[in-house]
Design a protein around this ligand. Structure first.
Ligand code: GTP
Length: 599
């Protein structure tokens, strides 16, 4: 198939607007899958993804489409993008592999924060946009209103908008024809030096890294020597091919092709998403634009519940890192929790996914500490250090300034909730930036907020205060000075390093009170009374007490009823699952996250 009949595109949408369902319909219509292979939502391969309904890893599928209108065959590459703010960069790179996107908007929900965020990424990449209003079968569907939103927002005309129901199979032919008609073919020269964009990178224990690539210029064959233009690393190509949707080896990939490449690469860090592959024998002078090294933004401590699992945890992290070049970790020792690791993540979702995979795939029970951001601390002698672990915050006397990362947060809500949203943002130390009406009923509110406040329960609060209507997106805005102090928690007179956190001085007193009473709730009674104190330096700002246990629960059973006794013991054991002895006090996992659930 000639280059002018190639179409590379992606589907973008707010979460749950029907991206995966539409992708399934397109696979069906192009007969990429036999009925038996047609598992629901084929593109979301990992179990965990399916359970959470989010797409983490990118995929590219090659499809053949015979256009009834044109009477010609076309080669489609459908590139899947992840849908969450944590993975914005990956979305942007996968879009850079395309010439167009299908923008899916739910006919009942209308445009949401991630619709816009994704749309901006598509516009940044100069892509053709095919607006599709999905779920028109829903009783609550209001395609006229959503069409109007699209007209106002991206200046499309009414007849460019396709009405569809991915579920009922309506509008799919129209979408396929629009891909042929409206999306341009790739423009690179097959004779030029190779430039292939890496837009995904996955580690396979047998073959090493499998890089998903889009060939923008030139061509590549098995056996050729290639160079990663950012890292400078060189490899020899073992295998290239396409997903249709099964991996299918090919001799050559040329301009417009989207597929995979393996070259005995041992670590995804050597084949970074966004990097450009060129050939050693005829290298391109400059790489493709837009490469960015990803830095983790959120940090937390991971400790095995059972200290004997420390080495297993190290191995788990090593294995996960092979697949995930944005995961960072280093050994950490906590007086309270023993040996573990300080880990860095792109965002909260990324953090939760890694934690869950460690527990599920490696069977290691974890105690995780509350997430923290990276602070920049200017010391009295002028030196600047970075601190990703609250317990390592330098002594206040030696600090001249603490800076924290801020984000530009946009929240989209129906009118009625503007007040609640502003209240939350205010409470989270946000400062108002802008407010724009999208239509009669919907508003886009922008605030400047410290990232650490977002890391806490911002999104949960937003959801609950707006009955789930708010959608939310953010990007990093830079570091600013804040009046921050470290708050320590003392249990039974001992400082528990894993419970320390950084707080704005104005909120310190309230937070101290809130966390001590929360901990009293969470930590079970012990044999003795345990004072819980919150302190800044040596100054106690709040205090509460865990009362001593009153009596032995088993004493009630009088020895007679053995089954009841067993039940009680089992219940106690269950309760103990995530306990950790901290000094003389037994502390449950939830206590280490308590700082997230205050207010
Ligand atoms: P993420 O992968 O979480 O980003 O979601 P998604 O955008 O891929 O949405 P998905 O395809 O998983 O669909 C979300 C929900 O909407 C599912 O329960 C689908 O069955 C449903 N859905 C998708 N398309 C339609 C449609 O045309 N009509 C109706 N009524 N429901 C639909």
């Amino acid at each position: 198939i000639k280059q002018e009949n190639v179409r590379n595109f992606s589907i973008i949408a707010h979460i749950d607007h029907g991206k995966s369902t539409l992708a399934d319909r397109i696979l069906e219509k192009t007969k990429a899958l036999t009925q038996r292979e047609m598992k629901e939502q084929f593109l979301d391969a990992m179990d965990l993804e399916r359970e959470r309904g989010i797409t983490i890893k990118l995929n590219a599928v090659q499809l053949r489409y015979s256009s009834p209108n044109k009477g010609e065959d076309y080669l489609f590459h459908l590139i899947d993008t992840p849908g969450h703010v944590d993975f914005t960069y990956e979305v942007s790179r996968s879009l850079a592999a395309c010439e167009g996107v299908i923008l899916v908007v739910d006919a009942a929900q209308g445009i949401e924060a991630q619709t816009l965020a994704n749309l901006y990424l598509a516009l940044d990449n100069d892509l053709e946009i095919i607006p599709v209003i999905n779920k028109v079968d829903l009783p609550a569907a209001d395609p006229d209103r959503v069409t109007k939103e699209l007209e106002d927002l991206i200046g499309v005309t009414k007849d460019e908008v396709i009405l569809a129901s991915a579920k009922a199979g309506k509008g799919i032919e129209e979408i396929l024809e629009a891909i042929v008609e409206r999306i341009p073919s790739p423009i690179g020269e097959p004779e030029d030096p190779l430039k292939a964009l890496i837009f995904d990178s996955l580690y396979d224990p047998y073959r090493g890294v499998i890089a998903s690539i889009a060939v923008k210029e030139g061509s590549v064959k098995v056996g050729q020597k290639i160079r990663m233009m950012q890292t400078g690393k060189e490899f020899e190509v073992n295998e290239i091919g396409v997903f249709n949707p099964k991996p299918t080896p090919k001799n050559e990939l040329t301009v417009g092709d989207v597929g995979y490449l393996t070259a005995s690469i041992k670590n995804v860090g050597d084949s970074r998403v966004g990097d450009t592959i060129t050939r050693v024998d005829n290298p391109a002078p400059v790489p493709l634009p837009g490469y960015k090294r990803l830095n983790p933004m959120v940090f937390c401590g991971l400790f095995p519940v059972d200290a004997n699992n420390y080495n297993d945890l190290r191995e788990a992290l090593e294995r996960l890192e092979l697949n995930d070049s944005s995961l960072q970790y280093e050994a950490e020792t906590s007086q309270a929790l023993g040996f573990g690791f300080r880990c860095g993540f792109l965002g909260l979702l990324h953090m939760e996914i890694i934690q869950e995979r460690i527990e599920r795939e490696f069977n290691i029970q974890l105690i995780t500490t509350a997430p923290s951001v990276i602070y920049e601390v200017v010391l009295a002698d002028g030196e600047t250090v970075t601190v990703d672990n609250p317990s390592l915050m330098p002594d206040p006397q030696s600090i001249s300034e603490v800076r924290e990362p801020f984000v530009n947060a946009t929240v989209m809500v129906p009118n009625d909730y503007v007040g609640s949203v502003m209240e939350i943002c205010q409470k989270k130390r946000g400062s108002f930036v802008d407010m724009q009406y999208l239509d009669d009923n919907r508003v886009n509110i922008t605030y400047d907020i410290p990232l650490s406040e977002i890391v806490y329960d911002f999104f949960d609060q937003l959801k609950s205060q707006t009955k789930g209507y708010a959608s939310f997106d953010y990007d990093l805005a830079g570091y600013r000075a804040s009046n921050l102090v470290k708050m320590d928690i003392w249990l039974n007179g001992d400082t528990i390093d894993a419970l320390s956190f950084i707080v704005h001085r104005d909120f310190a007193f309230d937070r101290g009170k809130a966390i001590t009473s929360k901990l009293v709730e969470l930590i079970p009674r012990q044999q003795f009374e345990v004072p819980v104190q919150a302190a800044i330096g040596n100054k106690i700002v709040a205090r509460s007490t865990i009362k001593a246990m009153r009596k032995n629960v088993l004493a009630k059973c009088y020895g007679g009823d053995i089954s009841r006794k067993r039940k009680l013991l089992e219940k106690q054991k269950e309760g103990k699952k995530r306990m950790k002895m901290v000094g003389s006090v037994e502390v449950p996992q939830e206590a280490f996250m308590a700082v997230l659930e205050m207010d």
